[in-house]
Design a protein around this ligand. Structure first.
Ligand code: ZN
Length: 251
């Protein structure tokens, strides 16, 4: 069974995406080594997981924001790649109903996808922890340039609207994701090792009788044994070929 055929036969497709879909855009998976961010010594030997936690944020704001500033800077000017664009096309032809993403890079939205569920929040957004006032990417970057701890007009601290490592997911987004997973007759997991809980547990909500699972990832995942199709190849290549093949029928 090919991916093209599975999509042709499906009516309700949901995509589940992880860091691997954005590496081609030049965004490193900070869980993997070699990002250079915390090897410089500037972060006193803390790992990204330690820094990007609520606990760390509460006690060590300067380092938290220094790290975030570099991270934000790293996301700045990044462009969606052919995988993001392929998902836009799948949505346009009515096959893809939702993208559930573990990424905070906003690249699905930048590419033009309409229904994106940001499981871990969105790095292009921030808000005040006191009055909840929202700030956009440019405003937040400006604040980070001016001050080591960004402040709202009300005096409250402005934090990124992303889910930190020791924080729970947004209930509304999680519940909505479950609904899409339950409805799906095909789930395509792209660039995720499917190891991060509770996000990966979402896949267990699929209807195992009727829903097919496709996994596109460079390395094996623990869901491979349950999948209809496992493709251990570069997701950009796979999705570009898919769109070229599907386009014959939809233009
Ligand atoms: Zn405020």
């Amino acid at each position: 069974m090919t991916l093209e055929k599975l999509i042709e036969e499906s009516k309700y497709v949901t995509a589940f995406t992880g860091a691997g879909i954005s590496t081609e855009s030049g965004i490193p998976d900070f869980r993997s080594t070699g990002t250079g961010l915390y090897e410089s010594g500037k972060f006193s030997g803390y790992s990204p997981q330690q820094i990007l936690s609520r606990r760390f944020f509460s006690i060590n704001k300067e380092i938290f924001f220094l790290f975030y500033k570099e991270r934000l800077h790293n996301l700045l000017n990044k462009k969606p790649n052919r995988s993001h664009c392929a998902l836009v096309k799948l949505e346009e032809i009515g096959k893809l109903k939702a993208i559930i993403t573990q990424n905070i890079d906003n690249l699905h939205q930048t590419a033009g996808s309409k229904n994106v569920l940001d499981l871990h929040g969105n790095g292009s957004k921030s808000h005040c922890i006191s009055c909840q006032e929202k700030y956009n990417y440019e405003q937040f970057s400006e604040m980070l340039e001016k001050s080591s701890v960004p402040r709202c007009v009300c005096g409250g601290i402005v934090r990124p609207s992303t889910v930190l490592f020791d924080e729970s997911l947004n209930d509304d987004i999680y519940d909505l994701s479950v609904e899409f997973i339950k409805e799906s007759d095909l789930i395509i997991s792209i660039g995720s090792s499917l190891s991060v809980m509770p996000a990966a547990g979402l896949l267990d909500y699929r209807n195992k009788e009727t829903c097919k699972l496709v996994i596109i990832n460079n390395t094996p995942t623990m869901f491979d044994k349950d999948a209809t199709l496992v493709i251990n190849e570069n997701c950009g290549d796979v999705l570009e070929n898919l769109i070229a093949a599907l386009w014959k029928y939809h233009t």
